[in-house]
Design a protein. Sequence first.
Length: 291
Amino acid sequence: MEALGIVVVIVVVVLIALLGSSVRVLREYERGVVFRLGRLVTLKDPGLVLLIPVIDRMVRVGMRTVTLNVPAQDVITRDNVPVRVNAVTYFRVVDANRSIVEVENFLAATSQIAQTSLRAVLGKAELDTLLSERERLNADLQKVIDQQTEPWGIKVLIVEIKDVEIPGSMQRAIARQAEAERERRAKVINAEGEFQASAKLAEAADVMSTNPATLQLRYLQTLLEIGSNNSNSVVIPLPIDLLQGVLGSLKPAADASDKVAEAKRAADAILAESRVAGDAQPEMDAVVIPS
């Protein structure tokens, strides 16, 4: 009886073990790939799954989106600049059967494909493109990786370049380039401003030429603006027409003074010649020149 009891206990334990191995519960985000004697049978949906003990084997596959960090890769750009780039990839399994049957480890395989594609795609781009056109490069990377993982039942959703590390010497060169570009833009903007100002001044001159009073009004307005500050010294230019009358009245007096000076120089010359010749000439206190 004791031997029979032991056998019964062993049988019960084996049955419980077999029953436990034949019952599976899948979560909502999981699918079950069932193999029967090594052959793919069917895909199990979420819920309670019953398997044939010993004969069936089930592999769980997660259907949620996976975030895959691509390790930093050393890339040489098209213009021979070494950079270090890392990225992140978002993908999900769309065909659980192929993700198990077509590839040994779809997560590792997708990671390797992402790394090689990152080096290949960014190696064809120049440094300026890598820094300024990331959206286009992200789209190219997503397309390339998705094409290679599609046979495995993997759908790549998003690929984003996270960081681009540039050598220090190249950073200084980029800073100098940016500074030169800013100076160029400043000069162009200044030249455009001068051109526009000259055009407006030419238009203003055309308007003022039709009516001379406008120039006088503008002149008075300028004096008003200058005179608002007491610390400024105002120099008022006078038209030459106003000074011609004054200069004309002073001209006869200036001519008479020139004649007197010329006569005095002539008398001094005569006295000097007489002294040299030894002639006894009476000293002259003054020479009167009739006007």
